[in-house]
Write a protein that binds this ligand. Structure first.
Ligand code: CUA
Length: 174
């Protein structure tokens, strides 16, 4: 059988494209730090968060030299901490830090998204979402709920402040 050289070239190009598409999907699935929503952070009783060691008094904790944990409770329609426009503390961490967020919900499914970072998860009552991110430079980020959770979903938001290391005072945002 004789295959024309142009046909061979197009066959080759099509094969390269298929391999490229599979590679991009593979990268998007496992290479970019993307993972499915799960209860990797553990499970909690959403009706009894007040007694929970992480969520009874949510906020920022330093756990290593440049390592911080931020425990956040999402409720209709605020993040505690985070929703500074409603009187809660903003989430404040220093620059050059590695921050692990532990987020749970006290009522319905919410979202927890910090645009401009790879922090973006669904927040499910009874489950703890765990995400780690590195903040290198001082900046101020918005914090959004991106799962429809009720009549005031569109106002469920907050602030994440990454402050210069020498201005960091312990994370209570005061
Ligand atoms: Cu909480 Cu939408």
């Amino acid at each position: 059988m004789d295959i024309h050289s142009y046909e061979k070239a197009w066959l080759g190009a099509a094969l390269v494209l298929i391999v490229f598409f599979i590679a991009t999907i593979t990268y998007g699935t496992v290479g970019a730090g993307v993972s499915m929503v799960d209860d990797s952070g553990g499970t909690v009783d959403p009706n009894n968060l007040a007694d929970h060691e992480r969520f009874g008094d949510p906020g920022v904790e330093q756990v290593g030299e440049n390592e911080y944990e931020v425990n956040v409770v999402a409720s209709a329609f605020y993040f505690n901490p985070g929703s500074d426009q409603l009187g809660f503390d903003p989430i404040q961490v220093p620059a050059n830090s590695t921050v692990t967020f532990y987020v749970t919900s006290s009522d319905v499914i919410h979202g927890f998204s910090v645009p401009g970072t790879n922090v973006n998860t669904m927040v499910i009552p009874g489950e703890v979402a765990e995400l780690t991110v590195e903040f290198d430079e001082p900046d101020t980020y918005g914090l959004l709920c991106n799962e429809y959770c009720g009549y005031d979903h569109h106002n469920m938001e907050g602030t994440v402040e990454v402050v210069p290391e020498d201005q960091y005072d312990g994370g209570d945002g005061q």
